[in-house]
Design a protein around this ligand. Structure first.
Ligand code: PMP
Length: 394
């Protein structure tokens, strides 16, 4: 009889991992998910997806597509009619028609392909701080160097925004990508047209690509949404369906931009994701034109107004201009010491409130993210807890 196989143990297994994944830690947000599973009746304001179900027309179209046998691969770039619709839409909104479009496995898929196709080891990428967690890790996987530009309000009461002089100073001969995410996760800010124009002018001068994550473009509460598509000489625009239609599990997104980069991304997609999910491409192609999203938008605008109005002033909140996040500052004690993020988060947890610490998105730990993608009753309960905590931590 052969000897039973001995477990190699966790330490030994870990040592066999590739070097490139060593620095990658699980997302702090995932950890909150796990914590939530152990709680009864949590007030979960940590969620990064809309609280609504997808429009029924879209669900019906997906079911029809599956029943009609649209379950095989599509061509790598996705259905030509859907590609053309994306490009028409972009041209109508931003006055410039990108050369080509690739349907991707969510914006996440688009990010992986863009970074892999543009970043060499030693290249530099400018990322926003605070910013979505994925960017930094994907850049590191390529061996690129991350430089952060600061979005925090420079004075109390100001909005989150870019300092063009800082971006100019950070841009150098190795800068390959200037990355923009507006509306922003986690700040809820929308960059102004002047900011977008300014960032693009700097990138144009130094020959860098502007990569623009526009996944929250539907949730824009300002009147004038500007995209780098209108201003950048080299722009990769990443857009998505996850948030807009309440379908993050469908894994549908798109990339637009110059053919020479998009062709490389398409080739890499051939050897990785293969194509965006076929039945959902057909479903969007069929149902999208008939869907009226305005009730969803109106509801989210109200939620935004509610948070901006009701959150205790102790939190120094820049009212969200887009996405479905607010990023208030931790209460700061009267003696001027920094707020204690750990103690604050624990106190929230003691009230069953789940929020995300600012340090999950930033080098700083001075703020926290709440998502207002929750039903009104839950959102009101969450704000009530925060307001109850406010005087205790101020
Ligand atoms: N970008 C940002 C800013 C996000 O918040 C998310 C999801 N939370 C993504 C990209 C990824 O979205 P998806 O892959 O579902 O399209």
């Amino acid at each position: 009889m052969s000897e039973p196989r001995k477990s190699s143990g966790q330490g030994a297994d870990a040592a066999r991992l590739a070097d490139r994944v060593r620095g990658i830690e699980p997302s702090g947000i995932r950890r909150i998910f796990e914590l939530m599973a152990t709680m009864e009746d949590p007030i979960n304001l940590s969620i990064g997806q809309p609280h609504y179900d997808p429009p029924v027309e879209l669900v019906e179209a997906a079911c029809r597509a599956i029943r009609a046998g649209k379950n095989r691969y599509t061509v790598t770039q996705g259905l030509p009619e859907l590609n053309a619709r994306v490009l028409d839409d972009v041209a109508r909104r931003y006055g410039h028609r990108p050369e080509t479009c690739l349907l991707t496995a969510g914006v996440s898929g688009g990010l992986v392909l863009t970074f892999q196709c543009l970043l060499n080891p030693g290249d530099e990428i400018l990322l926003p701080d605070p910013g979505f967690v994925m960017y930094r890790h994907l850049a590191t996987l390529c061996g690129a160097t991350v430089r952060y530009y600061d979005l925090y309000p420079k004075q109390p009461g100001q909005r989150f925004g870019v300092d063009l002089a800082e971006i100019e100073a950070l841009c150098g001969p190795r800068t390959k990508i200037v990355f923009v995410n507006s509306p922003s996760n986690p700040t809820g800010a929308v960059l102004t047209r002047a900011e977008i124009e300014g960032v693009c002018a700097i990138a144009n001068r130094c020959g860098a690509y502007v990569v623009s994550d526009e996944i929250y473009d539907f949730f824009c509460f300002t009147d004038d949404y500007a995209s780098p598509v209108s201003y950048a000489e080299r722009c990769i625009q990443l857009g998505g369906y996850s948030k807009t239609y309440g379908i993050p599990g469908w894994r549908m997104g798109y990339a637009t931009g110059p053919a020479n980069v998009l062709d490389a991304m398409k080739t890499l997609q051939q050897f990785s994701f293969v194509c965006a999910p076929a039945p959902f491409q057909y479903a969007l192609l069929e149902a999208e034109p008939s869907i009226d999203l305005s009730p969803y938008f109106a509801e989210y605008r109200q939620k935004r107004d509610f948070v901006a109005r009701e959150l205790h002033p102790v939190y120094a909140l820049s009212p969200p201009e887009g996405s479905f996040y607010a990023f208030p500052q931790l209460p700061t004690p009267a003696d001027g010491r920094a707020g204690d993020a750990g103690a604050f988060l624990q106190a929230a947890l003691d009230h069953k409130l789940l929020i995300v610490p600012g340090k999950s998105f930033s080098r700083r730990d001075t703020h926290f993210r709440i998502s207002f993608a929750a039903d009104d009753e839950l959102l009101a309960r969450g704000i009530a807890v925060l307001n109850e905590l406010a005087p205790r931590f101020a």
